[in-house]
Design a protein around this ligand. Structure first.
Ligand code: HAM
Length: 421
């Protein structure tokens, strides 16, 4: 029989990594809560046209990366490739607007894109995302970017660069697009096949192509920030002034464009030099036209998403999150096991991570097992101890031993273990 394996680009999160994952999630909750965000969880499966309308028909994601299939009712559904479209759908559908203030939502969950798997690029990956819906104020961009900065500071991840750009709006983007096409027209035959196609459908994406021949051409192309309308220019200046006032370092990258079509004005990426080709740890921007494109009222918004696996890769060597057992019980014989098993249940109910050994395994082997599990304490119970009505608790760090009367075992154990926890 063929050996069963996980799908290519789909990854198991194993013990040893999962504790790490939970630690990052705890930092997320702390940081996002402090900035006034509330958690939202949207379904993984949505109607396909939610994504085609939001992300854009001519984007790589929609053209070739979505997991789309026919549901039982014959209508096409898609495993979400990103979170923003679903959050805006929920915002409109459930009426999540709050008077006078923007709605601030965050999420964490799996996304699916049929990309070519490589280091840092998966087909099922996980994002932590934040969306602020209902404000056009440049101060809102600054607040959101300060959350991103704060989150990475809390995780103590160094060597990140915040790159920002402005992509303009429906007033200034079409004329810029024409200027860009005018420049690219002369170079058309030198562009890669994909970019020759993009020339008509999505010329801005050519600026982001990773192929050497296109990169050289893109470097000399006219940049969007030089073609902004007054409003967009002013907005971009205010965002930069706000970042400076909070002493958040950033770089303007005039080549920065995004792979999703809904962006307007501010776009940004948090990049690192430590992850090879997949250098974006987080990315986002404004999407002032999306709510309207999905049938709602005109509602400005901004957000970002952070790649969970990429954070994990950056943090891999930094901390040891191996789970430690608090207590390992060594039962020497069936009687001891029988007696201790109900007590183990009570200890666990007191949130003390504990385990019991096999009754008929030699003491030495059981002690080794306790060591391997990283147990802080070991409780040794044999027939003698049972007869004498007391058991031995050993602190594996200090090697100190203590006798606890059997009749007060639960209280005795919690008294000893808890305060040192
Ligand atoms: P995105 O740039 O497509 O934006 O993805 C955001 C982040 O998700 C990336 O910077 C990366 O860290 C991670 N990521 C993306 N694709 C993969 C992959 N195949 N494997 C591993 N990690 C990946 C969005 O998704 C937008 N929804 C962000 C946003 C929110 N804009 C406004 N609000």
């Amino acid at each position: 029989m063929e050996k069963l394996k996980a799908l290519k680009g789909f990854k198991d999160l194993l013990p040893g990594e999962s504790e790490h994952w939970e630690a990052v999630s705890a930092v997320m909750r702390e940081s996002f809560d402090a900035f006034g965000f509330s958690l939202i969880r949207t379904p993984i499966l949505e109607r396909t046209h939610l994504f085609t309308r939001s992300i854009g028909e001519t984007t790589d994601i929609v053209e070739k990366e979505m997991y789309t299939f026919e549901d039982w009712d014959k209508k096409p559904v898609t495993l979400r490739p990103e979170g923003t479209a679903s959050v805006v759908r929920a915002y409109l559908e459930k009426g999540l607007a709050i008077p006078t203030l923007p709605t601030k939502l965050y999420y964490q969950g799996p996304m699916f894109r049929h990309e070519r798997p490589q280091a840092g690029r998966l087909r099922q990956f996980h994002q932590i995302g934040a969306e602020v819906i209902g404000s056009l104020d440049p101060q809102q961009d600054v607040e959101l970017l300060s959350l991103l900065h704060d989150f990475f500071q809390r995780l103590e991840i160094k060597g990140l660069t915040l790159e920002i750009n402005s992509l303009g709006c429906p007033t200034c983007r079409p004329p810029y697009r024409e200027v860009l096409q005018g420049y690219l027209e002369k170079e058309l035959s030198n562009l890669c096949e994909d970019c020759q196609r993009r020339y008509l459908s999505n010329p801005l994406r050519i600026l982001d192509c990773k192929k050497a021949e296109c990169k050289t051409i893109a470097q000399k192309a006219p940049v969007s920030s030089a073609h902004l309308c007054g409003e967009c220019k002013d907005h971009f200046t205010q965002v930069q002034e706000g970042l400076q006032s909070l002493k958040i370092p950033y770089e303007v990258n005039t080549m920065l464009v995004r792979g999703l079509d809904y962006y307007t004005k501010t776009a940004f990426e948090m990049t690192t030099r430590n992850l090879g080709a997949q250098n974006a740890v987080a990315a986002g921007g404004r999407y002032d036209g999306l709510a309207q494109a999905l049938g709602g009222p005109s509602t400005p918004a901004i957000g970002f998403a952070i790649g969970m696996e990429r954070i994990m890769a950056l943090m891999a060597e930094s901390t040891d999150h191996k789970p430690h057992l608090k207590l390992f019980i060594v039962p020497l014989g069936e009687t001891a096991h029988h007696r201790l098993f109900p007590i183990l249940y009570q200890i666990r109910q007191k949130n003390i991570r504990s385990e019991i050994g096999q009754p008929n395994v030699a003491l030495k082997r059981q002690m080794k097992q306790a060591d391997r599990l990283g147990a802080e304490f070991v409780l040794i119970v044999g027939d003698n101890e049972l007869a004498e009505g007391k058991v031995i608790l050993r602190n594996m760090g200090t090697k100190a031993q203590l006798e606890i009367p059997l009749e007060h075992l639960l209280d005795g154990l919690t008294d000893q273990i808890r305060p040192l926890g």
